[in-house]
Write a protein of this length. Structure first.
Length: 167
């Protein structure tokens, strides 16, 4: 899908299911139910603009730095990025698409996904979601992206900040 700016990207997102919608479709998103997502996709309700929320801004603004750190830590991968690039599962399922935080190519030419997450740990229960695993809602997003792109692998790079008291 050829998209040139944020306005076009938001409009194109309405035409299918993106990676960040995957957990909602499955009913495992902590942020949006599958009914809310359906109402948004069918035009019953307008999607909330979350772009100015502090955590969203922090995540978006830190992506470039995290992508650069990933490149320094893992020079065996070529990393590319297209802010508004949408990869769709054409022709089988054109309504399944992904906008990647990074596109990876390894030394043998295999294509992969770089998924970047920033999160805060405020309570013990938050740590439990990350204890030796990827939280289910992020895992769903990555599996969706693999389906949309047809790529062979994915790497999650997470920046976890600790705040609050837990124990």
């Amino acid at each position: 899908m050829l998209v040139n700016n944020r306005k076009e990207w938001l409009k194109a997102r309405q035409k299918g299911i993106g990676g960040s919608d995957a957990a909602s479709v499955l009913g495992i998103s902590p942020w949006k139910t599958n009914v809310q997502l359906w109402e948004e996709k069918t035009g019953i309700t307008e999607p909330e603009d979350i772009s100015e929320k502090e955590v969203v801004r922090f995540g978006k603004e830190s992506e470039a730095a995290i992508r650069q750190l990933f490149q320094l830590d893992f020079p065996e991968y070529q990393v590319s990025y297209d802010e508004f690039g949408m990869i769709a599962n054409e022709p089988d399922c054109p309504f399944i698409f992904a906008t990647l935080d990074g596109e990876l190519t390894d030394g043998s030419g295999r294509k992969g996904i770089l998924e970047i997450k920033t999160t805060e740990i405020r309570r013990f229960i938050d740590w439990k979601k990350w204890n030796g695993q990827i939280p289910d809602y992020y895992y769903a997003q990555i599996v969706h992206q693999l389906l949309a792109t047809g790529y062979e692998f994915a790497i999650l790079k997470a920046r976890i900040r600790e705040r609050g008291e837990y124990g």
